[in-house]
Design a protein around this ligand. Sequence first.
Ligand SMILES: Nc1ncnc2c1ncn2[C@@H]1O[C@H](COP(=O)(O)OP(=O)(O)OP(=O)(O)O)[C@@H](O)[C@H]1O
Ligand SMILES: O=P(O)(O)OC[C@H]1O[C@H](OP(=O)(O)OP(=O)(O)O)[C@H](O)[C@@H]1O
Length: 355
Amino acid sequence: MSGQSQTQLVLQSLRRHDSEEASLRLQGSPHNRDDTLTLLGAGKDNKVPNMILGPESLDGRLLFAIPKKGRLHEKCLSLLAGADIQFRRPNRLDVCVALNHPVALVFLPASDIPSFVGKGNVDLGITGHDVILEAQMKDHVTEVLRLGFGKCSLQVQAPEAATHLKTAEDLAGKRVVTSFEVLAGEYFKEIDDKLGLEGDQRTKIEYVGGSVEAACALGLADGIVDLVESGDTMRAAGLHPVATLLETEAVLIKSSTPKHPHLAPLIQLITSRIAGVIAASKYVICEYNILREKLPQATALTPGRRAPTISPLEEEGWVAVSSMVEKRKISNIMDELVKIGAEDVLVFNLDNCRV
Ligand SMILES: Nc1ncnc2c1ncn2[C@@H]1O[C@H](COP(=O)(O)OP(=O)(O)OP(=O)(O)O)[C@@H](O)[C@H]1O
Ligand SMILES: O=P(O)(O)OC[C@H]1O[C@H](OP(=O)(O)OP(=O)(O)O)[C@H](O)[C@@H]1O
């Protein structure tokens, strides 16, 4: 039994309010038991805290999986803060209850979250779109929201010096090292099939858990498949992009076949709060004064989401305009506003919103 499925069984028992069964499961399977105990916050004495096994603990709570480390972790903590999901996570504890909602947070490796959510052991989760596909959970989870961070591409990369390796087809039949063996396998299977490669002629996909970019220099691979954001890591390793398998970003997911339908309203509430935080990070409020006769030009620049708010000023012929503007466009829009005669142009960040 894998550590993950043992953990899932323990979580299932906890959700059924059966702390005795959960304890038995923990004791019954020594394999990867330490991981499960760590997940459940056991101390050195291997006792699971009462908070987790106690009768009021996870009972009826929505379980929300958050990446426990890595690229997505800090951003997820900011989202939780923005959505006012308060919690105290004691040292070593990977499950903790929210203080102000019937929610428990489960801190898991990003790559495990799709299967926890897909199998219904947790109700909501944040992870990368890439790991959902890699875990083959696409049909088992619903991507509720794109979160706008964790953006990167899954790419085939080959050594800059290997001038004969310009396309993915050039790597067919060779050795490709990756942490994404499912996606890389599917990708090269299609190429091998197209080229009619059989048996030993087919591409050899080798799994490594990290430092994928070192594989070519170490003589382990002719090419790699890995995530690329700025490209700095691959350039530093003397690699260059050959093909892009997919674009990814962090997503909020729920199970496509939820085990706890009564949690649907709470899922909706959390989704709408997180959507508000995401929207707030993308928009600013722009306010300025302008002559009424210039309004058509001004409102073309700042049309707002529905319409700008226009208020008369005490000074004859002048109006104040207030409008939501996309943050990434605001500098250009301010330049244009000033050109058409806008004055006192002010820009405010949004802490939160519902739009
Ligand atoms: N360079 C990057 N830029 C943006 N997002 C990334 C980047 N690398 C990874 N991600 C996203 O974050 C997810 C988690 O990757 P990350 O490398 O942080 O995993 P991890 O949990 O630390 O695992 P590992 O220990 O294997 O590195 C990825 O699946 C991807 O969606
Ligand atoms: O294009 P870049 O901006 O350089 O980012 C790409 C790097 O980011 C990821 O690794 P990460 O730094 O998360 O660490 P890891 O290698 O331990 O997974 C990925 O595996 C690349 O190594």
